[in-house]
Design a protein around this ligand. Structure first.
Ligand SMILES: *Cc1c(COP(=O)(O)O)cnc(C)c1O
Length: 396
């Protein structure tokens, strides 16, 4: 079959995106109810949403934020990350995972990935730990849990804080337990492409009251009315105090209401995502020219992303050509991610290419395959047929 990019007929008529939110009437009703209530910004619904998330992941506390990036910023603050400190993370992630260290004046340090799982490599973390390391931000890339016990072993006896970036991993279990109650702090994002959405939104889950108190103040200008925290003890009435430099990072109540309503569908989101992933895994395993992401036995993964490696030596086209050919078939592939330190801003900061060879090798041959719960079975078939068409056409 002639690829659409060369004048053939595309596999499908309409472009299929790589990700998309799923919103139903219950979601709309939940949001409009709050719009007509007394609270628009952070109020009872935000609190309820925090309880729903804490309950689900099994953490003592959850603190909602205006987005996942703000939540990571808060986590770095609460961890005490400061200028001169180093924060270790993976280069195969969204820039927010390392920008949060820069926000605090600290230096991101990139540890290379494992070429099979695509997650940060624990041995590479070990090599990068110095007496300046203040935090490690491992990312559950695509939704696959990192080996948290391995990372905890590395930092045992030190004051290094582990902040798990689980923006991709709501619904994933590590050794049988939900991701979110296991690291010092865990961040989730509720951006529309993520498993549960609030439009924009994020949250930190933690079992530490100390982190909780700091995060609550940090997201609201570091202003408090809590009598136990005030320096001037005869406050009251109008009186409040700003105790440190905070931000306005609050989640609105109507967004929280959307989140609560979305959480009622989480089990369905998880099972639908898993169903599609299983279908992809079984068919793509037999497609010569692509290589699957390895899933470790300890991770019961709910995929946010589905990524494949192209086996480029077997193909007579580049990743760019395969990408363009699939887009022409109306299969909305994408690439996650450009190694963070390749961005011009990071290059200006002094990071050079070649730093993490495995990450760079992965970046050069990877594709993200459409995955979202609202995909119809026909959409899934289109993706599978589109990949077979293009990969087989360009096979050596
Ligand atoms: C989505 C995402 C975040 C947070 O992003 P926001 O858009 O600010 O919610 C952080 N880390 C990773 C890896 C992400 O994919």
């Amino acid at each position: 079959m002639l690829p659409a990019i060369l004048g053939g007929k595309p596999i499908r008529k309409n472009p299929l995106p790589y990700a998309k939110q799923f919103i139903d009437n219950d979601d709309c009703k939940a949001v409009t109810e709050v719009l007509m209530s007394d609270f628009l910004t952070t109020g009872p619904k935000a609190k309820e949403f925090e309880e729903v998330i804490a309950d689900y992941v099994g953490s003592k506390f959850a603190i909602s934020f205006s987005n996942g990036t703000a939540a990571l910023h808060g986590a770095c603050y609460a961890a005490g990350v400061k200028p001169g400190d180093e924060v270790i993370t993976t280069p195969i992630t969204f820039a927010a995972s390392s920008n949060c260290a820069l926000y605090m004046g600290a230096t991101p340090v990139f540890a290379d990935i494992n070429s099979d799982t695509f997650n940060i490599d624990i041995n590479e973390i070990a090599k990068k730990i110095t007496n300046k390391t203040k935090a490690i931000i491992p990312v559950d890339f695509t939704g696959q849990a990192v080996d948290l016990d391995g990372i905890k072993d590395l930092v045992k006896g030190t004051d290094i804080v582990v902040i798990e970036d689980s923006a991709h991993a709501l619904g994933t279990k590590y050794k049988g337990k939900p991701v979110g109650g296991l690291a010092d702090m865990t961040e989730f994002s509720f951006h529309p492409v993520k498993t549960v959405t609030t439009g924009e939104g994020g949250i930190i889950t933690t079992n530490s009251k100390e982190y909780y108190d700091k995060l609550v103040n940090f997201r609201s200008h570091y202003i408090t009315r809590d009598p136990n925290q005030l320096e001037n003890k005869d406050g009251g009435g109008w009186y409040y105090e700003q105790l440190d430099l905070g931000y306005n990072y609050r989640l609105t109540d109507f967004q929280a209401a959307l989140g609560i309503s979305q959480m009622k569908k989480l089990n369905w989101y998880i099972s639908r995502r898993k169903e599609i992933v299983n279908k992809y895994n079984s068919t793509f395993a037999d497609l010569d020219g692509v290589i699957l992401q390895k899933n470790e036995a300890f991770s019961d993964t709910t995929n946010h992303l589905y990524v494949l490696k192209l086996d480029l030596p077997k193909l007579k086209a580049s990743r760019r050509e395969i990408f363009d050919a699939l887009i022409a078939e109306n299969i909305g592939v994408h690439v996650h991610y450009i190694p963070v330190y390749w961005h011009p801003y990071y290059q200006k900061l002094g990071y050079s290419k070649g730093l993490c060879p495995n990450a760079e090798e992965l970046y050069n041959c990877m594709l993200t395959v459409p995955l979202f719960p609202a995909m119809k079975d026909e959409d899934v078939e289109d993706v599978i047929n589109g990949f077979h068409k293009i990969i087989n056409y360009y096979k050596r």
